[in-house]
Ligand binder design. Structure first.
Ligand SMILES: [Zn+2]
Ligand SMILES: [Zn+2]
Length: 73
């Protein structure tokens, strides 16, 4: 983890990562267990968001980069 990394709570589950879903509109489970993994954070509850510059650097040149200038071989 470097200084640019920032932990972001999952926007869907708010960091809970797992939630309970028994299929009932009104849950009446006595002890609702988390049984469904959040499909956004995949059970992690969030992720590390890197600084924008770092992300751009990691992505590298776009795959469909337009050819600029004559090729030197
Ligand atoms: Zn339930
Ligand atoms: Zn989540």
């Amino acid at each position: 983890m470097n200084d640019l990394d920032e932990w972001i709570d999952c926007w869907k589950c708010g960091g809970e990562a797992w939630h309970h879903d028994c299929g009932e509109d009104v849950c009446c489970c006595a002890d609702p267990e988390p049984n469904v993994m959040c499909d956004i954070c995949l059970g992690y509850g969030g992720w590390y968001e890197r600084g924008i510059r770092t992300v751009e650097a990691d992505l590298g040149p776009p795959a469909m980069a337009p050819v600029s200038g004559p090729e030197e071989v």
